[in-house]
Design a protein around this ligand. Sequence first.
Ligand SMILES: *Cc1c(COP(=O)(O)O)cnc(C)c1O
Length: 426
Amino acid sequence: MNQDLLSPEFATRMDQADPLKSFRDEFLFPKHAGEPQAYFVGNSLGLQPKGARAQVEEVLSKWADEAVEGHFTGQAQWMPYHELVRDDLAALVGAKPHEVVAMNSLTANLHLMMVSFYQPTIERTAILIEAGSFPSDRYAVESQLKFHGFNAQNSLIEVEPDLPNGVFSDQCIIDAIRTHGKRLSLVLWPGVQYRTGQAFDLQAIAGAAHEAGALVGFDLAHAVGNLPLQLHDDDADFAVWCHYKYCNAGPGAVGGCFVHERHAETTRPRLAGWWGNNPDVRFKMGTEFNPTRGADGWQLSNPPILGLAPLRASLDQFKRAGMPALREKSLQLTQYLAQCIETYLSDAIEIITPMSAEKRGAQLSLRVKAGRDAGRSLFEHLAAQGVLGDWREPDVIRISPAPLYNNVADVQRFVRATQEWMHGRR
Ligand SMILES: *Cc1c(COP(=O)(O)O)cnc(C)c1O
């Protein structure tokens, strides 16, 4: 059996039987020594769907042929261009169409959302986040605190993980929200933690935050396109994410934003721009801001059409594949990776990502037992063999089999390259 797990026949059999196998051919893989890389970095920058180029070229041609008229002509006119991705995006995150908008970038959207949904009062000034959060999120949060005259010492609550390797129990998060409940203005939590790969019960976190009288926002950078999401039903007040990781929409792709429909006509403060204004009156060029109902009302500028174009190709793939099928494959492929690590590599590597299905997505975060230098050495050995993971300080290698384009043969390449490295160190 063990031998079988790593045999080329096993990979061929599994990959032939994969109902999503044809999607792999829809991607462009960087080459290593003439062969496609074993690319496990979809958590950082997803591969280019072949369909992206046509979408970008369509915009370039329209610009060449029609210039300003391109705003108002044809199927993919630029004026309502963001609406072209709206329904598919809503389906991907489990939202109603008017609850989502593709705009800006993740951190910019996080700021826009906090302007509206972090409104401290005398009793409630605090924002609760996870300790070890992604730096950009922490900077954004701390700067929002300062903007309102508070600071991290008095108003930032960073919940420490209670389990080994930076992992949180569900109870730890709920307890922290309850403990600090009366001080809390906002809970901001990731869908999947970037360093450990842990996925969270968003519904439970939203429920606890609301029970405590706080609002709740989610950073879904590592969750969108990775896990099935139900943002509306889970009752998030807002969520933000990027599209260049599992969504494969290209470097710096336009980000995404969710605002629950109960805030669709909010009178909360917001930073306004003309693209958030009701399109019926936008071009009257009046002085009064009249926000569009729903998430669209938070738009500032006319969108970067060239940055949005690849997202159309990407969302089309997600629609055709279907998130349930992608998740099923993802669970199997990552489970296979874990099984191989436990069977062949456990002398050298430990998995820090929790392994139960509801607590992880595609990514496994691995720690090399011999320490940081050994970790770097393995990481570099893998890259030299055309096996690409990524490195997160101080000592984590992230390997993320993406179900749209990775397969069992890729995982075997990772395992074999790691075995070689282990052999070389004996
Ligand atoms: C990738 C990532 C970001 C990146 O932010 P940008 O504004 O898109 O540069 C921010 N936060 C988290 C948690 C991330 O994983």
